[in-house]
Design a protein around this ligand. Structure first.
Ligand code: SF4
Ligand code: SF4
Length: 139
């Protein structure tokens, strides 16, 4: 970390830059969508919400997640996120998520597949930055 970075609180773009590789759009537990997000994405796609659920969602316990293709990618991944303006909160928030505040080691686990996340900074710096972003998003 250089002296400039150590003397100020880092912003989100200091510790994360999405490389648009799509690795986070493949596999894992699925992207949860709530009713508000379903309404927004359906409107964006110009289809009925019930049709959207049937065509693009699958159940995961009591929740709905975006469907995955056979290759494991989210159904909306096609070199880019094709619903980017209305993508679910889970996708918008990444990697500034509560799991990192709960245990900063999760940042390093996530960075194992997300090349946009910096791992060359002290955990205390990462934690402070992630907390700030979450607090700001909650305002
Ligand atoms: S894995 Fe990380 S760098 Fe790649 S698209 Fe997802 S958020 Fe961006
Ligand atoms: S909605 Fe977009 S960003 Fe989210 S998993 Fe699907 S393709 Fe990736």
């Amino acid at each position: 970390m250089d002296s400039n970075q150590s003397s100020r609180i880092l912003g989100p773009s200091d510790i994360f830059t999405c490389e648009k590789c799509g690795k986070c759009c493949k596999g894992f537990g699925g992207t949860v969508v709530n009713q508000k997000e379903i309404a927004e994405i359906s409107k964006f796609l110009n289809i009925d919400p019930d049709q959207f659920k049937q065509k693009y969602c699958q159940p995961s316990g009591k929740k709905l997640v975006l469907a995955q293709r056979e290759d494991g990618y989210c159904i909306f991944w096609d070199q880019i996120c094709t619903i980017h303006p209305v993508k679910p909160h889970m996708c918008k928030a990444w990697p500034f998520i509560k799991a990192v505040v709960t245990d900063v080691q999760n940042w390093h686990i996530m960075a194992g597949f997300c090349p946009g996340m910096r791992t060359d900074l002290p955990d205390s710096v990462i934690l402070e930055c992630v907390k700030n972003v979450i607090d700001k998003n909650a305002e």
